[in-house]
Design a protein around this ligand. Sequence first.
Ligand SMILES: Nc1ncnc2[nH]cnc12
Ligand SMILES: [Zn+2]
Length: 336
Amino acid sequence: MSPDDELAPLPTAELHLHIEGTLEPELAVALAARNRVRLRFDGPEELRRAYRFSDLQSFLDLYYELMAVLQRPEDFTDLAEAYLRTAAAQGVRHAEVFVDPQAHLARGVPLEVVFEGLGEAFATAEERHGVSVALIPCFLRERDPAEAEELLPRLLRYRPLVIGIGLVSAETGRPPELFERVFARAADEGLHRVAHAGEEGPAEYVTAALDHLGIERVDHGIRSMEDPSVVARLRAEQVPLTVCPLSNVALRGVDRLADHPLKAMLDAGLAATVNSDDPAYFGGYLHDNVAAVTRALGLTLDERRRLAENSWRASFLPAAERDRHLAAVAAAVPQS
Ligand SMILES: Nc1ncnc2[nH]cnc12
Ligand SMILES: [Zn+2]
């Protein structure tokens, strides 16, 4: 790799990506027209101007509002297809994609519409874009945990596309323990488990998600850095963290990228990865995030290689697949 290629994308797994968060303003407006859904925005430019947030809740309000344009299977197919095309150009070779079934059910869109629509794009993703895909439906933490328990058996029907479950939405005041039962049942079914924790919520929620939900990765987890005992545990257990730098700045969890804890996480020996979260809303896809933190934090090529390697080790791919991708990273950046 020459110095000019210093910022070229490395083969990476995207492990923290909400498919609904890839809804670009142009596609939102086109789908609104196709489905005769009225939006309170005049066009893509006005909509893009609304993609400014003061915190997580202000983003979630718009994110849930705009889901109204997703009505039919082909809307979900088009959404996923657009993401895969962009992600492939940014070095993504495998994606474990989040989806919010309860948000769609609550507005009258059946599960089949969501999963069949996404499944259509994902079925040909490897062949068309060189990206393998799996799906992780997430429960909304503001809703009754009993609803998540009722939904779980219906999600199992979509295996093997569905490989696990997650926990998302506004964190504060909704500790992980509330969802202990549904996560235990998912574990009994052999599903993988992840949860958003330590994004806006405190470091204790990271510990609680590990202890009560048995999660295998922490989504975000940046507030773990406020508690040395949590950092020590994450390091000792090499728990992967799916960090989303542009998201943290857009939602004001971090003031400026230059203040982002990603480098401190790597320095502390944590298994951090970089991901895009809701890229249409936060100003960039996976490699945009990597390039931005590389500049803001002065990451070395060796640190970028570590991020890519961490993504493969943290993925839920079979070991042979993981090793094949790790070899591709090594070939792209020979170890110094
Ligand atoms: N960054 C985020 N945090 C919590 N829930 C989300 N749902 C979509 N994006 C999210
Ligand atoms: Zn997220």
